[in-house]
Design a protein around this ligand. Structure first.
Ligand code: 5GP
Ligand code: ZN
Length: 136
């Protein structure tokens, strides 16, 4: 299914031009136009899924398989020192485009980016309460 109001549907299906670095039947991988670092890319499924809650299991698995393939290519060609694989769901998590996508963010020593979170310090009881809630 495609969503005619979705910009990533149009990009993924070639209706809007993009800097494509990989394409197959299921996905297009493009350069992000507001990159965190040099080579920041997005894996876009050609079908429309708003987020990880909507995407089917097989396509989600294929996206992660493709993330690995692209990671190896990026390490080889860009000589990056590391890579963040980021996938945002919902506005509270920073998702701005409601078409499932996986960010591939090559990292370079001292690139000045802050993609990691600020750790908190829950008590042992708080951690147990969350564990129990999720195991219920
Ligand atoms: P989100 O915040 O939803 O996880 O990520 C959306 C990403 O898409 C952002 O990094 C933004 O720079 C990128 N983006 C938004 N619109 C376009 C576009 O039209 N073309 C490209 N190449 N990237 C886009
Ligand atoms: Zn879409």
């Amino acid at each position: 299914m495609k969503d005619e109001n979705c910009i990533f549907c149009k990009i993924a299906n070639g209706e809007i031009p993009s800097n494509t670095i990989y394409e197959d039947d299921l996905f297009r991988v493009i350069l992000d136009n507001g990159p965190a670092t040099r080579g920041h890319a997005l894996i876009l499924p050609k079908q429309h899924y708003a987020d990880l809650y909507e995407i089917d299991e097989d396509t989600a698995a294929a996206a992660m398989k493709l993330a690995r393939k692209m990671a190896l290519i990026m390490r080889d060609k860009l000589n990056c020192d590391g890579l963040n694989v980021v996938q945002n769901n919902g506005s509270s998590a920073g998702q701005t485009v409601r078409h499932f996508h996986v960010h591939l963010i090559p990292r370079y020593e001292n690139d000045g980016q802050h993609i990691l979170w600020k750790p908190t310090s829950p008590s042992a009881d708080e951690l147990k309460a969350v564990r129990d809630e999720l195991n219920r």
